[in-house]
Ligand binder design. Structure first.
Ligand SMILES: Nc1ncnc2c1ncn2[C@@H]1O[C@H](COP(=O)(O)OP(=O)(O)O)[C@@H](O)[C@H]1O
Ligand SMILES: O=P(O)(O)OC[C@H](O)CO
Length: 525
């Protein structure tokens, strides 16, 4: 097999052979909320092979969501093996590994034994609402927004770390003594891959750090005032690095030994990078467990007045950070899973589309999936889910349609906030993620927004973005312009619904959202 240009990876002397048979691939490890994937990409950015394994969603109580960090690490090793086997290649053909991950999800482990002191507390987990309320009582939910770009919410890592330190016996003392480490799942995997208890690297990238409520968006460092406010000892925090640089090489005796780890991005920032949306004003919407809309604001950080988060989009080694506004929606694809697993209305996620297509509209029914309260642009922890507009006429087919429409309505809520914050109309929406195979949803999305919805050939943009970041750092790819040239359109949906009809449906959605507010009186349910 020949590649468009010769590549010699200077960080891999062990891998050097004749110039045209040097490492020809980059691997991305995508540690997501529901599964972990390893994907091998070639130089054209095409997928060569994939390994994927789901992990358990541990739900000990209403509002609590945990993962087993050991299971995630074990699954990572297995999917790496699967991807290499399916591609019929070895580590010597891998130029670099990039890591991307579910953000905010919090792991605290013992640096001497590698043992987590508690399960990972997942981003969707709302157990820390009391701490959030107590902190908000003094200065409001926007108390730390200027420094961090984030509202005070259970979503981000800070109160999750504090909860572990306060609820696991002896954890706070051990953390203060420097025996415990904190990391999002990128750090957990990086530490293991680079040697674990035998000297593993304890680091994260700036995009992940920007989701903790503990990093100053200007200095890009942990902030003493924030650490003190949340009661998090400095000693347990990872080093903050750029998103694309040589962090270290895979240690020990594993399938990837000696391969450089050269890219880390939180999964939504990775998807933006994989969509080649590098510039100010460029955006993407990822439809996965939740939906995450990101629009770049360049080197300028913009403070939202309409319920969006200010976040770091990416930082290349030695360059200034690029910032973004983000609209995070907690429940979209997971509503489809809920209909499958909790209601048994469908046997697979794919079945929702033919079921919804059996009727021409929602029959007047609206579902607002405020399972963890409402995230952007509302930030209402007191909301809970509701089905409204029910009459005897409504069937399960109408409800299936309402499930899909909820994703499109929530996206419109956020796009309106983006336009209000930036003063710029989003001209078309670049989409990716598991739900974008659903044409009925994509068409309804175009109808709801009144603009085209465009899907690229590679919808695994999250993994692709991590691969791009790693490949750039080792010279596998030469520039952002080269990566931009690799973006290819696969499908496009244009608005077909009359505008007045779209507006009528959206008005009903806004009414439905109002019905979900003020539901939780006391946040311990
Ligand atoms: N055909 C489909 N129609 C609607 N939703 C779907 C379809 N296929 C998958 N999904 C939803 O997409 C989500 C999976 O997307 P994915 O991008 O893999 O998510 P994540 O990266 O968050 O784990 C699931 O929540 C699933 O319910
Ligand atoms: O793992 P995903 O794709 O559901 O993404 C989760 C987000 O990073 C949470 O902020």
């Amino acid at each position: 097999m020949r590649f468009p240009r010769l590549f010699r990876n200077e960080t891999r002397p062990d891998a050097e052979g004749p110039l045209d048979v040097g490492p020809q691939y980059v691997m991305a490890i995508d540690q997501g909320t529901t599964s972990t994937r390893a994907i091998v990409f070639d130089h054209a950015g095409a997928i060569v092979s994939t390994g994927q394994l789901e992990h358990r969603q541990i739900l000990p109580r209403a509002g609590w969501v945990e993962h087993d960090p050991h299971e995630i690490w074990a699954n990572t090793r297995r999917v790496v093996g699967e991807a290499l086997t399916r591609a019929d290649i070895t580590r010597l053909q891998i130029a670099a590994v990039g890591i991307t991950n579910q953000r905010e999800t919090t792991v605290v482990w013992n640096r001497h034994t590698g043992e987590p002191v508690y399960n990972a507390i997942v981003w969707q987990d709302t157990r820390t609402q009391h701490q959030v309320d107590a902190l908000a009582a003094d200065g409001g939910v926007d108390r730390f927004q200027f420094k961090t770009g984030l509202p005070l919410a259970t979503y981000f890592s800070a109160t999750k770390i504090a909860w572990i330190l306060d609820n696991v016996e002896g954890a706070r003392e051990r953390a203060e003594a420097g025996d415990l480490l904190f990391g999002t799942t990128d750090s957990w995997l990086l530490w293991h891959l680079t040697g674990g208890t035998g000297g593993g690297l304890h680091a994260t990238d700036v995009t992940n750090a920007s989701r903790t409520l503990l990093m100053d968006l200007d200095t890009l460092e942990w902030d003493e005032e924030l650490l003190a406010a949340f009661g998090v000892p400095r000693a347990m925090m990872p080093e903050i690095r750029s998103s694309s640089e040589l962090y270290g090489t895979v240690g020990g005796h594993s399938l990837l030994t000696g391969v450089p780890i050269a890219g880390i991005l939180g999964d939504q920032q990775a998807a933006t990078f994989g969509q080649a949306a590098f510039e100010k004003g460029e955006s993407k919407n990822t439809y996965g467990t939740g939906n995450f809309i990101i629009v770049g604001t360049g080197t300028e950080r913009v403070a939202s007045k309409h319920g969006l988060i200010t976040t770091v989009a990416y930082r290349l080694d030695g360059q200034p950070p690029r910032y973004a506004l983000e609209g995070s929606i907690a429940v979209t694809g997971s509503l489809v899973q809920w209909v499958r697993d909790n209601l048994g209305m469908i046997a697979s996620a794919a079945e929702i589309e033919p079921l919804a297509a059996a009727v021409k509209d929602n029959g007047g029914a609206y579902i607002v999936p405020a399972f963890s309260g409402l995230f952007a642009p509302y930030w209402r922890p007191d909301a809970r889910g509701a089905v409204v507009g029910l009459t005897q006429f409504v069937t399960k087919e109408h409800l299936a349609r309402a499930v899909l429409e909820a994703t499109a309505f929530q996206t419109r809520d956020v796009i309106q906030a983006v336009e209000a914050d930036t003063g710029v109309t989003v001209p078309e929406l670049r989409v990716d993620g598991g739900m974008t195979v659903n044409s009925l949803l994509m068409q309804f999305q175009a109808d709801m927004l009144g603009v085209d919805v465009v899907r690229p050939v590679i919808v695994e943009t999250t993994a692709l973005g991590a691969a791009y970041a790693a490949g750039l750092a080792v010279g596998f790819w030469s520039s952002l312009d080269e990566l931009k040239g690799q973006w290819r359109e696969d499908a496009r949906w244009s608005p077909m619904m009359p505008r007045d009809e779209a507006e009528r449906l959206y008005r009903n959605w806004r009414k439905a959202v109002k019905r979900t507010l003020d539901w939780v009186d006391d946040d311990v349910e």
